[in-house]
Design a protein around this ligand. Structure first.
Ligand code: MRU
Length: 338
């Protein structure tokens, strides 16, 4: 039986010259929309994670350039640089900014390009869902990390889009949702989305993954990506690498779903990827609740890098890629002849 057609949740929406951002820091308990009228408004929203997730960040940045173009086109390039600096690991920001600036330089319409990026992402999600769903067996228990759904794309999501497509096709799936420390994108956002969509799920502490796998309760792991290097190394939310190591140890497939806009062929390997470090208050006093003693030294990298050798396959909108990643990603993304 097929689930009913889905109403997309729009993390960003352009309306009447204003970029409307659904403030994800207020979810799941409140749905508050921020109205961004300047590039600085969008920058601030990105920095405080009101909008997040690599594809949605690219779409927000592209529309922010629409705001810059309508107020003072001479500020476009500088605005782009500021946007790229907000979340340095999420390559979709740089990718979208470069694309929009190129169009502007050629005398093209900035906003039309931003809209094209958005539409293409929606299509890419649908396609990744179709392709990736074939990897999901009926009855699968799936472990996922962070939030990779509608809240961070223009469509049904990347990894969550795969899960949702399998569910919608009638497969009986159940999702273990990692809470995703330190700012709980899994507990707050993925739980909210999956419950809206009627996908069976159970929230677990990040630290539960090893014992779930040891007990045979995980059939596959699927996550998104913030940047994929030319050799297939994957930068994603901190904790992803640990899951990949555990999956390898327990013989569980570890999949990554990401649009080709997340592949950065200029970065030869994961060691070339700049991992964003965020304010330590996310660890010491998350959501304003002081947990650690005052002035506790802390370290808060937002992402980690999973070596390609631990990745069973990468699902993109152009196909599913397996090792050897370097050659196959270059063909797929770089457009080399097969
Ligand atoms: O810090 P965040 O919440 O922006 O991190 C998001 C992730 O790590 C996602 O897995 C990634 O961006 C893929 S989103 C489709």
């Amino acid at each position: 039986m097929r689930a009913p057609a889905t109403t997309l949740i729009r993390p960003v929406e352009w309306r009447d010259g204003v970029l409307r951002i659904l403030d994800q820091t207020r979810l799941p308990h409140e749905e508050v929309v921020l109205e961004c009228r300047t590039v600085a408004d969008v920058e601030a929203a990105i920095r405080r994670l009101a909008v997040r997730g690599a594809p949605a960040l690219g779409i927000a940045a592209a529309h922010a350039l629409g705001l810059a173009a309508s107020s003072d086109p001479s500020t476009l390039r500088q605005a782009g640089e500021r946007l790229v600096a907000t979340r340095p690991t999420a390559v979709n920001i740089r990718w979208a900014v470069a694309r929009v600036v190129r169009v502007a330089d050629g005398g093209g319409d900035v906003l039309a390009e931003a809209r094209a990026i958005e539409r293409e992402d929606e299509d890419a999600c649908a396609r990744m869902g179709e392709l990736g769903a074939a990897l999901v067996p009926d009855g699968a228990n799936i472990l996922t990390h962070c939030n990779t759904g509608m809240l961070c794309t223009a469509g049904i999501g990347t990894a969550q889009g795969v899960i949702f497509t399998a569910h919608r096709a009638g497969k009986r799936v159940h999702v273990w949702v990692d809470e995703t420390r330190p700012v709980l994108q899994g507990a707050r956002l993925t739980s909210w989305e999956l419950q809206r969509l009627g996908v069976p799920m159970t929230l677990v502490a990040d630290t539960a993954a090893a014992s779930l796998m040891a007990r045979g309760l995980v059939d596959l792991v699927i996550t998104g990506a913030d940047r994929i290097a030319a050799n297939g190394d994957v930068a994603n939310k901190i904790g992803t690498y640990a899951l990949a190591v555990l999956a390898s140890h327990h013989g569980v497939p570890f999949y990554v779903a990401a649009p080709t806009s997340t592949v950065d062929l200029e970065k030869q390997s994961g060691s070339d990827i700049w991992v964003e470090e965020r304010d330590v208050s996310e660890l010491t006093a998350p959501f304003g609740v002081a947990l650690a003693p005052d002035a506790t030294p802390a370290f808060n990298p937002a992402f980690d890098v999973t070596p390609a050798g631990l990745v069973t396959a990468i699902v993109t909108e152009r196909g599913i890629v397996r090792e050897p990643y370097r050659e196959r990603l270059r063909r797929l993304v770089g457009g080399d002849a097969a």
